[in-house]
Ligand binder design. Structure first.
Ligand code: BTN
Length: 231
């Protein structure tokens, strides 16, 4: 694994799109001036207040790319569970604790290059997180002491080992399901302008969330790119 450390960058994902031609290249920034989240949102990226990190893997097939989002979610979860067992996943790849989001993942596939951007809130105060689209928290707010370098090292290790699991066919989506309390519950689904309630039945081998609109109603496969789901 090659690691690049930057003081400041627009976005670690964008940086890898410009310079990332190495398999398993990883870039970490202290601060991002244009941090991006999923579905065109911003990602708050103040200096030293979070982990802002992106990985480049290639060549990657589109089949692997579809479930990679879940596998890397589990990689982040495992890293954070080293601090507290209360962390859990929300489909497709957010990590939550006590009903609030602490980490998000932005996977992007460019031909056969997979870029996986990960943000983890470390030292943000509640006031600094008021502008986020969903209730958010940080390790500081949760009162969980951590060592930034150790956390980074563990995250790099977990992401690499989940990549290996993916390419050798050893990643099983059950590992995600087991840590995702959404499964089996009634959820609100927002697909573009349409909003409906449904029961989350499970996750299929392609990483789609399977929902049933109401008891005995239509079963749908949700793709993560255009959907948001809440309990
Ligand atoms: C989300 O939950 O919306 C995804 C957030 C992803 C944020 C990370 S921070 C490092 C990388 N660079 C970015 O601009 N975004 C990702």
């Amino acid at each position: 694994m090659r690691l690049i450390f930057l003081e400041e960058v627009d976005s670690t994902n964008e940086y890898l799109k410009r310079v990332g031609f190495h398999h398993r290249l990883c870039v970490v920034a202290k601060r991002q001036t244009g941090g991006r989240g999923r579905r065109g949102k911003n990602w708050i990226s103040k200096a030293g207040k979070g982990l802002y990190i992106s990985f480049m893997f290639f060549p990657v097939s589109s089949k692997i790319s579809a479930i990679s989002s879940l596998a890397f979610g589990v990689a982040v979860l495992k890293t954070l569970k080293g601090l507290d067992s209360k962390f859990y996943l929300k489909w497709p790849n957010d990590v939550y604790i006590n009903g609030k989001k602490i980490s998000g993942i932005l996977p992007e596939l460019l031909k056969d290059r997979l870029i996986v951007g990960i943000g983890v809130n470390l030292n943000y105060t509640q006031e600094e997180l008021l502008q986020t689209d969903v209730p958010a928290t940080s390790l500081l707010i949760e009162g969980l002491p951590f060592d930034r370098e150790q956390l980074l090292e563990k995250l790099v290790f977990q992401v690499n080992s989940y990549y290996d699991k993916l390419v050798t066919g050893r990643f099983n989506v059950r590992e995600f399901e087991e840590n995702c309390p959404l499964i089996g519950k009634k959820v609100s689904v927002v697909e573009g302008n349409i909003c409906y309630t449904a029961k989350a039945l499970g996750i299929d081998a392609d990483g789609c969330l399977i929902v049933q609109s109401n008891s005995g109603g239509k079963v749908r496969r949700l793709f993560s790119a255009n959907v948001s789901v809440r309990i």
